[in-house]
Design a protein around this ligand. Structure first.
Ligand SMILES: Nc1nc2c(ncn2[C@@H]2O[C@H](COP(=O)(O)OP(=O)(O)OP(=O)(O)O)[C@@H](O)[C@H]2O)c(=O)[nH]1
Ligand SMILES: [Mg+2]
Ligand SMILES: [Zn+2]
Length: 294
């Protein structure tokens, strides 16, 4: 049975890259798949059967390494969180939420600070340092002229990478630049990956080389971390979780308790205040939802 990778999906039609020869086949899922409630998504490795008209039928979804619900995608190994330095201004609460999401889903994070041409270097460095200190890789880019794109390309190797960030931060511009880079090296990608300038509305995987793909995804504004229980949230803030063993109370929320290791570290400037505030805000959001569940 031929094997393939789902690279795009519009309603019931899936574009599948045939592993054997890289050709792209339009497929529909076999009816049975739906009854079992396993619906194929972009990123799925699948088995398919050819039909007489050259299209295919998806017969099996192979085991997923990771699965995210919104946007629906599987097997992502890395996320690049694009933050615009200006227009729109940096949304660090969203970034922190996205980093939690990636930690929770076991996906590697890279932070891309874009539109560096529009902001002071010192301001950009401040943000970069906060996240580098926690252990996140940050890359500074000016997508408009391709500055920093080479560094970005390096971390794409052997990954299925999804780009995420608010509308207008520059995801599509970055991805177009990455393809310009790949294009000069390999020439043929262009026609397969014709891309418009418009706001992205569906998920598509673009192939960079044999083992590397990138996904341009529509606005992730509804970034969903509600599966996480409030009591576990600090586990996904590596800069906070370092200090939770110093908390006096078991089940310390690090918000109101005294003798809290996290709050002590905050007072000693070992934790960035903006990160801590995001933690509190997200904690309260999760707690609120938990209360309304009953
Ligand atoms: N000055 C400057 N402008 C940029 C930069 N990167 C992107 N832009 C501009 O910002 C605007 C939005 O860029 P897009 O790449 O469409 O943003 P996007 O993140 O794909 O947006 P959505 O598809 O709506 O989610 C465009 O007008 C780009 O030309 C940059 O580094 N510097
Ligand atoms: Mg876009
Ligand atoms: Zn605590």
């Amino acid at each position: 049975m031929p094997k393939g990778l789902i690279i795009s999906n519009i309603s019931n039609v899936y574009e599948v890259e045939n592993i054997e020869n890289n050709s792209v086949i339009k497929c529909i899922p076999r009816g049975k798949l739906k009854k079992d409630d396993i619906i194929p998504v972009v990123g799925d490795n699948i088995e398919f059967e050819f039909q007489t008209d050259g299209t295919g039928v998806i017969t099996k979804i192979l085991e997923r390494r990771s699965y995210i619900k919104r946007p629906k995608m599987s097997n992502i190994t890395q996320m690049i969180f694009v933050v615009s330095m200006k227009m729109p201004k940096p949304d660090l609460l969203l970034l922190n939420k996205q980093l939690v999401f990636a930690e929770y889903n076991n996906i590697k994070s890279v932070i891309c600070l874009n539109k560096i041409d529009l902001e002071d270097e010192a301001m950009i460095d401040d943000i970069s340092k906060i996240y580098e200190k926690i252990g996140y890789k940050t890359i500074k880019t000016n997508a408009k002229i391709g500055e920093g794109v080479e560094e970005l390309c390096k971390c794409l190797e052997n990954n299925i990478t999804a780009f995420s960030g608010n509308s207008g931060v520059g995801k599509s511009t970055l991805i177009n630049n990455i393809f310009k880079d790949a294009l000069t090296a390999e020439g043929e990608i262009s026609s397969k990956n014709k891309r418009g300038k418009n706001t992205t509305t569906s998920i598509t995987l673009y192939k960079i080389n044999e083992k590397s793909y990138i996904a341009d995804t529509p606005g992730f504004s509804t970034f969903d971390i509600y599966e996480i229980e409030s009591k576990d949230l600090s586990n996904y803030f590596p800069d906070l979780s370092k200090y939770t063993e110093d908390c006096e109370f078991i089940g310390c929320t690090h918000i109101k308790e005294c003798n809290c290791g996290v709050k002590k570290a905050l007072e000693e400037n070992k934790i960035n205040i903006q990160r801590y505030e995001s933690y509190c805000k997200l904690y309260n959001e999760l707690k609120e939802r938990e209360l309304h569940r009953w």
